[in-house]
Design a protein around this ligand. Structure first.
Ligand SMILES: *Cc1c(COP(=O)(O)O)cnc(C)c1O
Length: 404
């Protein structure tokens, strides 16, 4: 704990002793009790919302492999050193190799700060002063007021919109292509669906136009997932002929915040060498956690996506049994992927249903618990919660019950 925090706690306890509200011999204990457990104001939260990738909770929780890797990288490590020769090594080589092993169709890979940076760097390198074609159905606002079109134009590229909101055809792209066209951009509408009289053009058909196709897939699925058949994946798009794919590291990929650029080796190298790339460089912590996410066992987001509903029900029954005396019942629930993935998809889930008054009390607990309010009840959905956190969840509920 830093000196200012300790001094503040001592001064407060001494003041209470002077005022007579604290016995002088109780001052040391009061000081210890007042000190925060960690030097960060961030507090751990159990995600019982049923939203697998919750943006307000920091998106993907890291798995044990990534957490161990963070501990290694926290000190000095060979992030940019070849220990064999003692000379400078290629920064982030391990994570690039892991990405290429996961997506064999990619000729090269580059990692930046986040998905937005991946797209912005790609546009700045390949299209500044030139044109990018994009369907009007793919002009996406990604959240917190940020819009893909504004992001792309801020790099000095011009967007040329083609088609309409609901329907865009290959002929729309063909008509718009000219000498100034740098690439065609496909943006995955990752947070909404358009239904009804709709059509869009896939990467395979766009690849036949003779200009590079860049696909911003958002979620970071590297290969298809059976539960999310409509979710685009990096391998599929590169296989269909996209020159480059950009994605986030902390959505369905389940890793740390990062942006991935995968695809044509020559284009990736130009992007990697572009001056702005240095301003979007990731730190050693990100490199370590991302590599471990790719090489280690399925990260928590993937485990949560794949867990059978029968397993969730068994956990819920065990939890209710452990919460004797609490007004709790097991209910069916519907979970969602959340932040940038699987729009419109619901995943069958199971929740503990508690009286609504539990919600604020659980948020104030330690760890805090975030559930979901539905029909006057506080639901604690188990799908996004790691099974290893069940005991902690039960403890939080019991603490609320004991405290009233
Ligand atoms: C989430 C998302 C982004 C932005 O990625 P960040 O990692 O949040 O910067 C860009 N495009 C799409 C399609 C997304 O879903």
């Amino acid at each position: 704990m830093g000196r200012p925090l300790v001094k503040q706690a001592v001064a407060a306890a001494q003041q209470r002793a002077r005022e007579g509200t604290l016995r002088p011999d109780a001052v040391p204990d009061a000081v210890l009790a007042a000190l925060p457990a960690a030097a960060t104001t961030l507090r751990p939260v159990l995600n019982a919302t049923g939203v697998l990738v919750h943006t307000n909770l920091g998106r993907a929780p890291l798995g044990p492999a990534a957490r161990d890797a963070l501990a290694v990288a926290a000190g000095n490590c060979d992030v940019e050193l070849d220990l064999g020769t003692g000379t400078r090594g290629r920064r982030g080589a391990g994570v690039v190799d892991a990405l290429l092993a996961a997506v064999p169709g990619a000729g090269a890979a580059h990692v930046v700060n986040n998905g937005a940076a991946a797209l912005a760097l790609t546009a700045a390198t390949l299209a500044a002063g030139r044109e990018i074609l994009i369907s009007r159905g793919e002009l996406v606002e990604i959240g917190d007021g940020f819009r893909i079109p504004d992001l792309v134009e801020s790099t000095g590229a011009r967007l040329r919109e083609v088609g309409t909101t609901n329907r865009t055809h290959i002929a729309d792209y063909e008509r718009a292509i000219g000498p100034d066209t740098a690439f065609v951009l496909k943006v995955h509408p990752s947070n909404f669906t358009v239904t009804g009289f709709t059509s869009s053009v896939g990467a395979a058909e766009l690849a036949g136009l003779g200009v590079p196709v860049v696909a911003d897939i958002g979620s970071g699925l590297l290969a298809p997932h059976p539960l999310l058949p409509a979710e685009p994946d990096a391998a599929g798009l590169l296989g269909a002929g996209a020159a480059l794919v950009t994605a986030s590291g902390d959505k369905l990929l389940g890793g740390p915040q990062a942006g991935l650029i995968l695809g044509d080796a020559e284009l990736v190298e130009r992007i990697r060498r572009f001056p702005l790339a240095r301003a979007m460089r990731v730190d050693k912590l990100t490199l370590a956690a991302l590599e471990a996410t790719l090489r280690g066992p399925a990260p928590p987001v993937r485990a949560a996506l794949d867990v059978p509903v029968a397993e969730l029900r068994a956990r819920a029954e065990a939890l209710t049994a452990a919460l004797e005396g609490v007004d709790v019942r097991v209910v069916d629930s519907a979970a969602t992927v959340g932040g940038g993935g699987g729009p419109g998809v619901t995943l069958p889930s199971v929740a503990l249903s508690l009286p609504e008054r539990y919600a604020p009390a659980l948020r104030a607990g330690s760890p805090a618990v975030l559930g979901r309010l539905e029909a006057g009840r506080c639901l604690l959905d188990l799908r996004a919660l790691a099974p290893t956190d069940d005991q902690a969840l039960a403890g939080c509920v019991r603490a609320v019950e004991a405290g009233r």
